[in-house]
Design a protein around this ligand. Structure first.
Ligand code: ADP
Length: 531
């Protein structure tokens, strides 16, 4: 027998099996699975009454909140496409995405109207605006429906339409390297197989409580809106990653699992209540999205001796998790001998194939040494870029998706990321991974955050430049930093330029934006030449 793999399946089960169990905590709101399922059906009916149907795009501008979690079900069960937009983008970027995707409906948190007000008149395709959250009595610069009124007044019974498992369910725009951001199309089949595969590795169950530290506007919320719902666990929402607030909530709600980009954990480890809070419920911390400094994993291992701290790797185009350093029981058993394997990107999820390939597309040996472009294939790999078939065929070649990341694979299948192709620094003809230099710098106790980029150099072509934020009250000068780096790195990898700054530019997920750093460095150099 074959039945379509549909995202709506997860909540359909949750509504019955976990009806009275806590589904989501969001500020002062607490909802059970029964209540969430009821609200979702009503909102789907409301959207249908507004004319939203199969293939229509429904965009969200929202912090993490229970209504955005509801969107993960209310929109796709209509056959429509959910488009959560990164709220750290500028209004013109948001207008580009709304026009490119031809979104017919935009659901906006009232606290974010300032992002939408300047572009409201330049979106000819948008037919419906819905407001949610914030102060319902607030005076707004444009009109729209109220989410809660729509939910309250819509009929409770939802009649699902026919949906194909290959229909697009979610759309996420990546920042991209070219001028045009690309919409990554994830189908029901992609998302369901991703949930099955990740649950097989993540050991998530109905006693789990996951804090959504990763924004739900970032690629499928790393899969947690589906995996946790599928097994009836408790979702905990925080609107933004404020480390003190996060620690308080981890303690109060008994959070068991948390997913972070490394910069979030840096903030946690350096926040005043890091040592004081009861974090004993935590069983797992997974890092992803960017290279994790070993010093950070060491700090978490010490503070959370009962929890498993490990890395994972993925991209928007792979729904997103491709590999995780968690699945083997041996990894749990012995924390110190598993330290280096937990720091790798891990092994592929079941159902996913990962290879490293040379420039001609030939697979390289899994010897832990050969470095090539990481390529993937499987049911979790996206359907293509929205309305950009040429870009799709640039990245999916001969049935393999080319990630743009360089890495190696060892004989047990552990993938190690060397660097993004475009972040590798070519200095004096040698390839140097920015990540390797960053890891060495992070080992210095005064360093809070750092990023290494390649900058033009007359003699070497490119030279590594380190941009560093120090811990509050710490001191470090260039000479001392260079000496530290020399003790850890080959001579040609030691940064030729060092700049101390107050903050590093970050994207919506908290990842450091090297693109922006390169731009501002270019400007610095131009100003210096003009002088
Ligand atoms: P972007 O960060 O370019 O906006 P994504 O959010 O899809 O796009 O992030 C995917 C990228 O994040 C990967 O291509 C890779 O460069 C980086 N990444 C993800 N996980 C890891 C990891 N564990 N180590 C190093 N880099 C990672």
């Amino acid at each position: 027998m074959k039945t379509p793999l549909l995202v709506s399946d997860f909540l359909r089960r949750g509504r019955t099996v976990y009806r009275d169990a806590p589904a989501v905590v969001c500020g002062s709101e607490r909802l059970t699975y029964g209540q969430v399922a009821d609200r979702v059906d009503r909102f789907s009916n409301a959207l249908r009454a507004l004319g939203v149907g199969h293939g229509d795009v429904v965009a969200y501008l929202s912090f993490n909140c229970h209504r955005l979690l509801e969107a993960y079900y209310a929109v796709p069960q209509l056959g429509a496409i959910l488009l959560p937009i990164n709220i750290r983008l500028t209004p013109p970027d948001i207008a580009y995405i709304l026009n490119d995707s031809a979104a017919s409906t935009v659901v906006i948190d009232r606290q974010l109207v300032a992002l939408y007000a300047p572009i409201a008149s330049s979106l000819p395709k948008v037919k419906n605006v819905v407001f949610m959250g914030g102060d319902p009595k607030a005076d707004l610069p444009f009109s729209g429906h109220d989410y809660e009124t729509l939910v309250k007044e819509a009929p409770a019974q939802f009649a699902p339409p026919a949906i194909d498992e290959d229909d697009v369910a979610e759309l996420f725009y990546t920042s991209g390297t070219t001028a045009r951001p690309k919409g990554v199309m994830l189908t029901h089949r992609n998302l369901v197989t991703h949930a099955y595969s990740s649950i097989a590795c993540a050991h998530v169950g109905d006693t789990d409580v996951i804090l959504h530290s990763i924004p739900l506007f970032h690629v499928n919320g790393w899969g947690t809106p589906h995996t946790l719902t599928m097994v009836g666990g408790k979702h905990v929402m925080v609107p933004r990653f404020d480390p003190e607030h996060v620690l308080e909530i981890v303690e109060r709600e008994g959070v068991t699992k948390i997913f972070m980009v490394p910069t979030m954990a840096v903030a946690l480890v350096n926040s005043p209540s890091w040592k004081a809070r009861d974090l004993s419920a935590l069983t797992k911390v997974m890092f992803g999205g960017a290279a994790t400094p070993p010093a950070l994993v060491r700090a978490l291992d010490e503070r959370l001796p009962h929890a498993l701290i490990h890395c994972g790797y993925g991209l928007s185009e792979t729904s997103p998790i491709l590999t995780t350093a968690m699945p083997k029981a041996s990894v749990h058993k012995d924390r110190s001998s598993s330290f280096s394997s937990r720091l790798t990107a891990g092994v592929p999820l079941p159902g996913v194939e990962v290879e490293i390939m040379d420039e001609s597309g030939q697979p390289l040996p899994h010897d832990g040494v050969s470095v090539g472009e990481i390529c993937a294939r499987g049911n979790t790999v996206f359907a293509g870029y929205w309305k950009q078939p040429e870009e799709t065929s640039r990245y999916i070649v001969d049935g393999w998706f080319h990630t743009g990341d360089m890495g190696s694979i060892d004989d047990q299948g552990y993938v190690s990321i060397v660097d993004r192709k475009k972040d590798i620094i070519i200095t004096g003809g040698e390839n140097v991974a920015s990540i390797e230099i960053e890891k060495a710098i992070y080992d210095h106790p005064s360093v809070l955050e750092c990023a290494v980029i390649g900058v033009p150099d007359d003699k070497w072509g490119e030279a590594p430049a380190a941009i560093i934020v120090l811990k509050p009250g710490a001191t470090l000068d260039v000479a001392e930093l260079i000496e530290h780096a020399r003790g850890k790195l080959a001579h040609f990898k030691v940064p030729k330029h060092v700049k101390f700054v107050e903050v590093l530019p970050k994207g919506g997920t908290g990842k450091i934006l090297k693109r922006e750093l390169r731009e501002s460095y270019k400007k610095d150099l131009q100003t210096a030449t003009a002088r």
